[in-house]
Ligand binder design. Structure first.
Ligand code: AP5
Ligand code: MG
Length: 191
């Protein structure tokens, strides 16, 4: 079973690389951003609350997202070879909760892959996507806050996985294929 985390700043390519990884390794893709956006588009109570945070580029509360992720893990299709977490964990409290919830299910994470991309490139990718994505958080003001929140709340998660000996950093600059090749090299050593 391959349970992994794809990690990195907003716009680093988590969603893009997840698609390729899912195809090759037959994993279940669990993107907390996608889960929240689907709550928003279904206009659920959760969605109404989440939208207020997402629009500003702030993180939704830990307890809320941990509950959402737990449900998603328990509802995953049993035929997949594992899970790929995209956008979770985003705080150390989420990382602690994740390791605990997996342990309770006889599962564990194998590796966290951190995609390193220059700030300038992140902003230009997100602004470009914002021209067509319809995402309420793909505008310059919100992007700047997302990047600040990433540094202050999310980067500490790296240290948590370094201490578990599960942390791998990858150069996230270059073409989508180049980056995917780097990821498969890391995964080849984990599986
Ligand atoms: P989330 O949906 O997770 O967004 P994000 O982390 O800000 O990242 P993105 O989805 O924008 O980027 P990505 O890394 O997936 O890159 P992508 O492949 O799309 O979260 C959104 C919000 O939800 C958060 O701000 C928060 O409010 C809330 N939230 C979610 N999870 C949460 C949690 N755990 N706790 C609390 N709150 C949470 O690529 C970006 C663009 O670049 C695309 O257009 C793509 O085509 C392009 N691109 C990709 N790779 C390349 C390349 N190599 N070269 C050129 N362009 C490329
Ligand atoms: Mg994404």
């Amino acid at each position: 079973m391959l349970n992994m985390i794809i990690f990195g700043a907003p716009g680093c390519g988590k969603g893009t690389q997840s698609k390729l990884i899912v195809d090759k390794y037959k994993l279940t893709h669990l993107s907390t951003g996608d889960l929240l956006r689907s709550e928003i588009s279904s206009n659920t109570e959760l969605g109404v609350i989440a939208e207020k945070y997402i629009t500003k580029g702030n993180l939704v509360p830990d307890e809320m997202i941990i509950e959402i992720l737990k449900k998603a893990i328990d509802n995953r299709p049993d035929k997949s070879n594992g899970i790929i977490l995209d956008g979770f964990p985003r705080t150390v409290a989420q990382a602690v909760a994740l390791e605990e919830m997996l342990k309770n299910r006889d599962m564990s994470t194998v590796v966290l892959i951190d995609l390193h991309v220059d700030n300038h490139e992140l902003i230009s990718r997100l602004l470009y996507r914002g021209e067509t994505s319809g995402r309420c958080d793909d505008n310059l003001e919100t992007i700047k806050n997302r990047l600040e929140v990433y540094i202050s709340n999310t980067v500490p998660v790296c240290n948590f996985y370094q201490n578990l000996n599960k942390y791998k950093a990858i150069d996230g600059m270059g073409t989508i294929e180049e980056i995917f090749n780097r990821i498969t090299l890391v995964l080849a050593r984990c599986t």
